[in-house]
Ligand binder design. Structure first.
Ligand code: ZN
Length: 283
């Protein structure tokens, strides 16, 4: 053994003895939050397993019930406002900071290669609502629970507000504002990281194109973007009629139609597989 190696071993043993190779101490809050990792995954899966699109009767309310039950299990205060919207709260004082999200989803739709009702494969979570917005809502819940566990005194409240109709309307948040005070600040874990302060609603628009039947069969090769109810592959005008019918009392002139196909999509854009022929659901 040459002298250089002996010297290196001596230096290393000195470093170890003095603790110089010990990693820096982690923030206790990070350690607490890390302890929630498995529960965040499992709770997200349990919520994703609850179908909660607007076309599932009682589905969004059941998702809200399930979410508030998770919060109670974590020792947090919960309030349900007629099972339409609810919140989870921690802290003291009159004022509160809002964490605004939602538990409804767009319809599961077709074309999944994984279960839309939640599964973990190769360390990744799959399912309708994992990203939008059940997963972020569960993460926020466990962050609040970690804050609770840490015992840090809060001079204001932190309130996670859980809506149930974000994908189709904003009735529940309007109802909330009728019966609860507004927050002094807030953010929405329902978009890009790190912070989304506000979202600006929905665009309802119609596009149409007349095709010549004499030129042969018509094929829709792809369609991108939009939210669930605008994704009617055939009979786009009928979809818009449906939307108008939902917003106003039915008229005897309005035909009884329903959307031809409500594929999934969170508004971020997706390509629909080629579809040809007549819409079997129309009329
Ligand atoms: Zn969302």
């Amino acid at each position: 053994m040459n002298r250089a190696i002996v010297l290196m071993m001596l230096v290393l043993s000195l470093l170890l003895a003095t603790g110089c190779t010990t990693p820096p101490t982690r923030d206790p809050f990070d350690v607490t939050l890390e302890a929630h990792r498995d529960a965040i995954v499992n709770d997200t899966l349990s919520l994703v397993a609850v179908p909660s699109s607007a076309d599932v009767p009682g589905g969004p309310a059941r998702a809200l019930d399930a979410y508030l039950a998770l919060a109670e299990r974590l020792g947090l205060k919960t309030v349900s406002l007629d099972r339409r919207i609810g919140y989870v709260e921690l802290g003291n004082g009159d004022e509160y900071i809002a964490v605004l999200g939602h538990l409804d989803t767009v319809p599961a739709g077709d074309g999944w290669t994984r279960s839309p009702w939640g599964e973990v494969i190769d360390g990744r979570l799959y399912g309708r609502g994992v990203l939008d917005d059940k997963g972020p809502m569960v993460a926020a819940l466990h962050a609040l629970a970690a804050l609770h566990d840490s015992g840090v005194p809060l001079e204001k409240k932190v309130r996670i507000i859980a809506g149930t109709d974000e994908e189709t309307d904003d009735a529940t948040i309007r109802f909330y504002r009728e019966v609860e005070p507004d927050p002094v600040a807030g953010f929405s874990p329902d978009g890009d990281f790190p912070v989304v302060y506000a979202e600006k609603g929905l665009l309802w628009a119609n596009w149409s194109r007349t095709v010549e039947p004499a030129k042969g069969p018509v094929a829709l090769l792809s369609l991108e973007g939009g939210s669930a109810r605008t994704w009617c592959l055939t009979g786009l005008r009928r979809c818009s009629r449906q939307r108008r019918r939902e917003r106003s009392p039915p008229s005897s002139e309005t035909p009884a139609v329903r959307p031809g196909w409500t594929g999934g999509g969170s508004g971020s854009g997706r390509t629909v597989p080629p579809v040809t022929g007549a819409n079997p659901n129309s009329g």
